[in-house]
Design a protein around this ligand. Structure first.
Ligand code: FAD
Length: 280
């Protein structure tokens, strides 16, 4: 399919991007283009103006911000996968980024695009949700910081408003007592997750003191599995805690999997992810 006609401008700074974005009602940012262009080809998205932020190198890269790491929104998945700061302090982000799509997707797609797109089948949204990350969103009026728990609003809907730019994602340094895992079930190596489970566990002498378990493709947004988290902190085994992981979720039914199969997968993948996090 061929996209509808559109105009194209290249932003040379975040301020310029915001200015261009505000210049037309139906303007849209493009970063890696790996979610937006397919949507334009299907004519699900028909922006009249594309504002290209893909060359804003100042918004790419990872820096040490004390107890957090600050990830620029333009950092590409391949760069996340090999970043030494992430690998040392928050390796789950590198690991999950390395599981996205195929090499071409990882070399074009950006973390900001993945989060702002708000696809509940994407990997990084559930990872940042489990990590309790903070999103820095810039608009004409200045910057605001949105906790990941408030960021994902619905299918393809996030807290980023039409005239705003996601500039940075702040993730915590996990420390040596944290165990983590991200497992995704997919039919082919390069596919989106049929279901994915993130587990981040804080431990003390082998006891689980804190647990964050987040689900991919089990509802309209990435979800926390609160019952499973409470069970883990209460001393339940991985199998017992994962038994209720799909409770309260509304997994989609599509040609990839029925909602019943997704609930079953979440229990199996969830148990394995928790076991892996406990062992790591
Ligand atoms: P774009 O396509 O450029 O933009 C996506 C949306 O976000 C647009 O609405 C755009 O306006 C907005 N946007 C972009 N950047 C910003 C910003 N900084 N601030 C505000 N709004 C912004 N993803 C997975 O998670 N797992 C997979 O397994 C996976 N497999 C894929 C396989 C294929 C074949 C393809 C084509 C894509 C796949 N993806 C997968 C999606 C991929 O990760 C995308 O790159 C990503 O979701 C979007 O990032 P992008 O930079 O390409 O965003």
């Amino acid at each position: 399919m061929i996209p509808a006609r559109f105009d194209y401008e290249v932003a040379d700074s975040p301020e310029h991007a915001l200015e261009l974005l505000g210049s037309r009602e139906d303007a849209k940012l493009i970063a890696g283009g790996h979610s937006l262009v397919p949507a334009m080809k299907l004519r699900v998205a028909r922006p009249a103006l594309l504002v290209d932020i893909g060359r804003l190198d100042g918004l790419a890269g990872v820096r040490d911000a004390g107890e957090q790491l600050a990830i620029g929104a333009l950092t590409r998945h391949a760069a996340l996968a090999r970043d030494p700061l992430l690998q040392e302090h928050c390796p789950i982000v590198s690991h999950a980024a390395g599981l996205i799509g195929d090499p071409q997707v990882r070399h074009r797609g950006t973390i900001g695009g993945s989060l702002a797109h708000g696809d509940p089948a994407s990997d990084l949204p559930a990872v940042v949700l489990a990590l309790g990350a903070e999103m820095v969103v810039r608009g004409k009026g200045g910057e605001r910081v949105v906790p990941a728990a408030d960021f994902f609003r619905g299918v393809f809907e996030t807290a980023v408003g039409p005239g705003e730019l996601l500039t940075e994602i702040r993730v915590p340094k996990l420390g040596t007592f944290a165990g983590w895992s991200y497992l995704k079930f997919r039919r082919r190596a390069q596919d989106w997750a049929t279901v994915g489970v993130v587990a981040v566990l804080g431990r003390d002498n082998g006891d689980v003191k804190s647990a964050a378990v987040a689900l991919v493709n089990m509802g309209g947004t990435p979800l926390r599995a609160a019952g499973t988290e409470a069970a883990l902190v209460g001393g339940s085994s991985a199998a017992d805690a994962a038994a209720g992981i799909a409770d309260g979720t509304q997994p989609p039914s599509d040609p990839g999997a029925s909602s019943e199969f997704r609930a079953h997968l979440a229990r199996v993948v969830g148990r394995r992810a928790i076991e892996e996090a406990l062992a790591r």
